[in-house]
Structures are given as structure tokens and as C-alpha cells.
Design a protein around this ligand. Structure first.
Ligand code: FAD
Length: 446
């Protein structure tokens, strides 16, 4: 199905959600319910303007700490890493030490993007051998998929994931360690679950982080004990917990239990079979004829959703196309709250653009872009580059029939080595990110 832009332009959010739900059957699991966070550039900027770092450096590891929740907006390019960096640096210009830890964390995103840039689709597989001998199984356990493991902490985390689409970094680490090391499930299952439900779900930070926990992108596996969960969740889960806790032990005992056997200690309880998406007959794919012929087309993909995007800024008279990738969404449905978040961003973006033709399509991005360009008489397609492989593959397909102009995306640091460990990246890049050599940064190089 393809539709011309205008139908959804003036709809109120609730009406828009119904429209989206009807337009994308089989592309989301469960009911079409939006989450609490609104998507879009103005929400991103408002969020950034209202963010107080407070004591970020000391509190960020606590689930109630002063974290920003900016990742969903960063993921979709509704605000860029350089905009966030500059806003924070300006705000804390007189006390740069206060913002240093935040900027270092922001640099993890830049680092993981570089990991994806380097490995491409290779990041879907183990980057290194695991540093333990324990077998992993495929398939998500049914109790995990239902959020009913019986452990209040894991179930609480899962329900927050299913309902809100946001998890604190520590909650992600705990759940990832639980699924991989305690349940013996492949990190790929967890990464898929996160990509489907997290508002910031992406390939770069998500796959890399799961591999970091599993030890296929780190020198040792990450795991936690009950004391760690209790401390950093402020007692949220443990205070009233009455179950026999698998995490209640010393790190030495857990190391022995988790990594000195061939199988993980907790058995699989049934395997979750995802429901088959309804069979929808492939509609005839035609892009509604546009009133105005255009010499070129800008492709807005889901990581470049800002009017400040380089391709958009450079081409105010081009036609603009955003495409929901229907085939990918059927293969790996996104929670409706993710789709609504993205659509908020699309609607706001399109409303504000001066460009004469704006199209939103549902289908195959390369096919739809080619059809739109052909109908409009456009010979050139403009797009901002992104390491996400499907962005690169889509532009490669288009290049066979059109001239494609790539625009650079904002990055925090230029780094040409293979990104293997964050510590080395940070040694070399901190100066570019912070604008000065950090304390203790003896190895800092400009
Ligand atoms: C198993 C696992 C899966 C993850 N999956 C994703 C994912 O799909 N998408 C995603 O954006 N992040 C992912 N992360 C990284 C991190 O948890 C989130 O970026 C962070 O929690 C976002 O919350 P925030 O914006 O409040 O962070 P803040 O603490 O406010 O940090 C500010 C920004 O810095 C960046 N950042 C901070 N910590 C990290 C980190 N450890 N790795 C990468 N970037 C970081 C983010 O862009 C974040 O928005 C994952 C982490 C783990 C352990």
C-alpha cells in the first residue's frame, strides 16, 4: 500500500494512530497502543532543553538516577549527537567537569555506530569467541516472552519494556545477563526482543551491548548478583520479593555456577512461537502521482528525522519520501509504541518542510523511492548516510538507476582504526568530544 502524504497531515494523534494501525496490519505485535513518550523533533528539543544533568556522574547507574532518556530521539535522528553535545557543553561551559561523564556516555553511541560501520551485517553474528564454554540455545523462552518468569525484577523489566519502550542501562544489563548466562539463551534472541520493543532499538548500540554482556565483544562476560540489583534499583524489586533468588550469591560463586559448566543453570521453560502475521495480499504498488514534477528526491530514513538533516537542508525544492519498510516489519514486527513514535516524527517533519511534494509509503523503500523518482521525473536521489546496513543497501540498489548523492551524518569523533574496545577509542577521541584532554588522560592524543 502506498499513500500520498496529505491524508494523515491534519489528523489528531488518536485518529493518526488508528490510521497507522490500519495501514500496517501484521507489522506490530498485540494491540495498537502508543507509549507515554511522544516522538518528533519538538519533543526531542523540549526534552533536551529541560534536561538537568544534576549529579549524573554519581547517579547514572541508579535506575532513579539523572539519566536523560534522550536515546529514542537520538536513535531516530530527531536530535543529533552533535546537537546534544553542543547543548550540554554550552549549558555547563563554566563547569565542564560536571558534563564530562555524560559526554563520555554519549560517546558510547558514537563508538557503537563505528562498530556497525566497520562490521556491517557482521554485527548480527559473534564478533569474537565467547570467553566461556557454556552452550546457548535459540528461541525465546515462553515465560520470558510473556513477562512471567516468576522473578519480580525480570518481570518488572519486561513489562516496562512492553509498555513504555524505555529501560535504564542497568535494567538492560541485568536482563541481558539473565537471559544469556542464567537461562542459556543466545544474545540474538534478546537483541531481537529489544529491537522490537525499545523506542531506541537499533542495531549498533543494541547488538554491540548484547555482545558485550555475552563476551563476544568484551574480554569477559558481564553478570550481576542480587546485591547489585537491590542497590541500583533502590530496592524496587528486592524489598518485597519472596522468591528463591537465583542471583543471591557472591560473584565468585556465581562465576563458578554460570561459567564452569556446559549448560546454563536455569532450564528453558517452553519456547515462544511468535504468532504468524496475517496474510495480506500484496497490493498494487503505485505512488500517487504528484502535482509538481521534481528534479530530485530526498529519502528520509528512520535515523535522519530532522529538518536539520543535511540531505533535507540542501534540497528544499526536492520531493521528500519516507518509507515504512513493510517486509522488514513483517519479519520483525515493531511494538506499536515504536511505530507511533516514529510516525509522530514523520508527521511533524513533513508538516514543517518547505518542499513541494511529500510522500509517505509503506512497502519496499528502494522500490518505492525508485517509483516516486520515476513518476516525478527525478534523476537524482539524496540521502544522509548511516551505518545501518539497510540504509546502505537501499542506496546501493538506487544507485543502479539513479544518481545518488550521499550526505555525511553528524559524528562526535573521527576515528579510522577498527573499533575494538571503547577504552582505546576514548583515549584517542576524548579530546574531540570534550574539547580538552580529560583528567588522567595521559594517553590523550589530539
Ligand atoms: C543489552 C543492552 C542493549 C542496549 N540497546 C540499546 C539500543 O537498542 N539503543 C540504544 O540507543 N542504546 C542501547 N543500549 C545502550 C544504553 O542502555 C542506552 O543508550 C541508554 O540506557 C539510553 O538511556 P538514556 O538516554 O537515558 O541514557 P543517558 O545515560 O542519559 O545517556 C545519554 C546518551 O548517551 C548514550 N549512551 C549512554 N549509555 C550508553 C551505552 N551504554 N551504550 C550506547 N550509548 C549510550 C545514549 O545515546 C544516551 O541517550 C543498550 C544497552 C544494553 C546493556
Amino acid at each position: 500500500m502506498n499513500w500520498h502524504w496529505s491524508p494523515a497531515l491534519d489528523m489528531a494523534p488518536a485518529e493518526r494512530d488508528r490510521f497507522l494501525a490500519d495501514a500496517l496490519p501484521g507489522c506490530y505485535p498485540g494491540e495498537p497502543v502508543r507509549g507515554p513518550a511522544p516522538g518528533g523533533r519538538s519533543a526531542a528539543l523540549k526534552h533536551l532543553a529541560g534536561y538537568d544533568l544534576a549529579d549524573y556522574g554519581r547517579s547514572r547507574n541508579f535506575t532513579a538516577g539523572a539519566v536523560s532518556r534522550l536515546s529514542p530521539y537520538l536513535r531516530h535522528g530527531m536530535v543529533s549527537v552533535t546537537e546534544v553535545r553542543d547543548a550540554i557543553k554550552t549549558r555547563y561551559a563554566t563547569e565542564p567537569a560536571r558534563s564530562e561523564e555524560f559526554l563520555r556516555q554519549l560517546a558510547w553511541r558514537d563508538f557503537f555506530d563505528k562498530v556497525l560501520d566497520w562490521h556491517g551485517r557482521g554485527l548480527d553474528d559473534n564478533l569474537e569467541n565467547a570467553k566461556h564454554p557454556v552452550e546457548r540455545v535459540r528461541g525465546l523462552p515462553a515465560d520470558v516472552a510473556a513477562g512471567s518468569t516468576g522473578l519480580p525484577c525480570m518481570d518488572g523489566i519486561l513489562h516496562q519494556l512492553f509498555d513504555d519502550g524505555y529501560l535504564h542501562n542497568h535494567q538492560r544489563l541485568w536482563f541481558a545477563a539473565y537471559l544469556c548466562h542464567y537461562r542459556g539463551v543466545s544474545w540474538k534472541e534478546g537483541a531481537r526482543l529489544f529491537r522490537q520493543y525499545l523506542l531506541d532499538g537499533d542495531v549498533a548500540s543494541n547488538n554491540s551491548s548484547w555482545q558485550w554482556v555475552e563476551s563476544t565483544f568484551a574480554s569477559k562476560p558481564y553478570f550481576m548478583n542480587q546485591e547489585n540489583i537491590d542497590k541500583f534499583s533502590g530496592g524496587e524489586y528486592c524489598r518485597t520479593c519472596r522468591v528463591v533468588c537465583p542471583f543471591r550469591a557472591s560473584y565468585d560463586d556465581l562465576q563458578e555456577k554460570l561459567f564452569n559448566a556446559r549448560r546454563a543453570p536455569l532450564q528453558m521453560v517452553g519456547r515462544h512461537e511468535p504468532p504468524k502475521p496475517p496474510v495480506v495480499r500484496d497490493p498494487v504498488r503505485t505512488v500517487a502521482p504528484a502535482a509538481v514534477p521534481c528534479a530530485s528526491v530526498v529519502w528520509v530514513h528512520d535515523a535522519a528525522m530532522s529538518p536539520d538533516d543535511a540531505a533535507l537542508k540542501a534540497n528544499p525544492t526536492a520531493a521528500v519520501v519516507f518509507a515504512f519498510d513493510e517486509r522488514s516489519l513483517r519479519r520483525e514486527p515493531w511494538a506499536f509504541h515504536r511505530l507511533a513514535f516514529v510516525f509522530d516524527g514523520v508527521v511533524e517533519l513533513m508538516r514543517g518542510l518547505p518542499n513541494p511534494v511529500k510522500l509517505v509509503t509503506i512497502g519496499d523503500p528502494a522500490t518505492d523511492l525508485a517509483a516516486a523518482a520515476k513518476q516525478l521525473g527525478a534523476a537524482t536521489v539524496h540521502a544522509t548516510d548511516h551505518p545501518n546496513p539497510w540504509v546502505r543497501e537501499t542506496t546501493a540498489t538506487l544507485r543502479k538507476s539513479f544518481a545518488v548523492t550521499d550526505y555525511a551524518r553528524p559524528v562526535l569523533a573521527e576515528y579510522t582504526e577498527e573499533p575494538r574496545r571503547f577504552s582505546r577509542y576514548w583515549d584517542k577521541s576524548a579530546g574531540q568530544v570534550l574539547g580538552y584532554a580529560p583528567k588522567g588522560g595521559k594517553k590523550f592524543q589530539k
